[in-house]
Write a protein that binds this ligand. Structure first.
Ligand code: NZQ
Ligand code: ZN
Length: 386
């Protein structure tokens, strides 16, 4: 175990309303004088009845809507919503959807009051100084975006997909009704389990620092997600859906990563695969993570074995054995483990293109303490692009 001083600042700001029928509480959460923009995606909320429930709950409010936020939201589309917010004097964004819609709301909340180019905020040239208020109605459990201050925004014209964050962008409330997940296709449920699992791993699978609470929280979330994967055939039950919804929220609710080392290299590399090939976020992670863990067996060995003991309940298992368990879990969910399983006609030079995108922002140094230099990242990318 490495000596490490635990130190962090933490303030949880999002009011959570969790459970069946909680949409009814919307009226008590929305400020009476809010000028609301209802933001949603490609129309799933119109097919599963959520839009109708919202329209009823919003009776008496001054509200407008903007639909059509795409998965992996692109700034080119979002700037149309920005113009609407400005023209109609909206001051509250009600985001109804998964990570893409909630992230889009965060971009809009920061970009609408900012006089310059919105991309300045995304690429980190400027920090958000003010933001409109956001409320979230979650319809897809995966990202944890409903209760954190992070957003991932794409720019199609330059193949960028970048993360930015600010405490100003954390939604002031999030409504989590597991019944809403009933209309999700199997693929999105599997994506959700995998994404949440990797979120917990990014904050746990580094090296031991003796943070008992953070480790215990991460192991609890990982064990829950492993069970959900093992019992994937029960995904239509309320038991399954409500556990996924809370596990995904907790996996990225910040508390399990407070003050401990983080990795996030799987996410960084995965984003390039979405930018280049349009692969769902969760699926990029299952493609990248096993190769990345194998590359770091030396640095991550202690934590992998701890995970084997306390998550997979396999005392004495080797670090490689734990990676095989993770792969078996992803296969049970129907997730790809190689680029070509997700994109059969991926070009031969896919690895080189991913590396070129990663290099574009300067020298590559990823993972906890920058353990993955350019040569190691190249080995990881080549292994997963086979
Ligand atoms: O657009 P609609 O028609 O609503 O359909 C969506 C979309 O096609 C559909 N869907 C959502 N709820 C549904 C539903 N279909 C039926 N019934 C429902 N109840 O699901 C599709 C995917 O939605 P999306 O929001 O894209 O999925 P997800 O929640 O996985 O979000 C992915 C995005 O979040 C980013 C990813 O990079 C990606 O852009 N992430 C955000 C993070 C954050 N803010 O903290 C962290 C994550 O690591 C991740 O990077
Ligand atoms: Zn993720």
């Amino acid at each position: 175990m490495r000596e490490s001083i635990l130190e962090f600042d933490h303030q949880s700001l999002t009011a959570i309303r969790f459970g069946a029928g909680k949409l009814e509480q919307l009226a008590s959460l929305l400020p009476r004088d809010a000028k609301v923009l209802l933001l949603y995606g490609g129309g799933s909320i119109k097919r599963n009845g959520v839009y109708d429930q919202l329209a009823m709950a919003l009776a008496g409010w001054d509200w407008l809507e903007f639909g059509g936020v795409p998965a992996n939201p692109e700034i080119e589309v979002l700037d149309q919503a920005k113009a609407l917010i400005r023209a109609e004097g909206r001051d509250f964004i009600l985001a109804v959807g998964g990570g893409s819609v909630i992230d889009a709301a965060k971009y809009l909340a920061a970009a609408a009051p900012y006089p310059g180019e919105g991309w300045d905020l995304v690429c980190g040239k400027v920090q958000a100084r003010q933001a409109l208020a956001i409320g979230a109605v979650l319809t897809l459990a995966a990202t944890g975006s409903e209760a954190n201050g992070t957003a991932v925004i794409s720019r199609a014209s330059t193949q960028d997909k970048l993360t930015f964050r600010s405490p100003l962008l954390r939604p002031c409330f999030a409504i989590l009704d597991p019944e809403v997940l009933a209309s999700l296709p199997e693929r999105q449920l599997a994506n959700g389990v995998a994404d949440a699992f990797v979120h917990a791993c990014e904050q746990y699978l580094t090296y031991p620092v003796g943070a008992l609470v953070q480790d215990g929280c991460a192991e609890g979330v990982l064990r829950a997600l492993y069970q959900l994967a093992c019992r994937f055939d029960e995904r239509a039950s309320l038991w399954w859906r409500q556990n996924l919804m809370w596990a995904a929220n907790q996996a990225l609710s910040v508390t399990l990563g407070l003050g401990v080392p983080h990795d996030w290299a799987t996410h960084r590399i995965g984003r390039t695969l979405t930018a280049l090939h349009g692969i769902d976020h969760g699926r990029t992670l299952t493609i990248v993570q096993p190769s990345l863990l194998r590359e770091a067996l030396r640095e991550k060995g202690d934590k992998l074995r701890q995970m084997g003991r306390l998550v997979f309940e396999a005392p004495g298992i080797s670090a490689e054995g734990v990676i095989e368990r993770i792969e078996a879990m992803y296969l049970r969910l129907g997730m790809p483990l190689r680029l070509r399983e997700a994109v059969p006609d991926a070009p031969q030079d896919a690895a080189m293109s991913a590396l070129a995108l990663l290099r574009r922002d300067g020298p590559i140094r990823l993972g906890e303490d920058g353990i993955f230099d350019e040569a190691r990242v190249e080995r990881i990318v080549r292994a997963c692009c086979r």
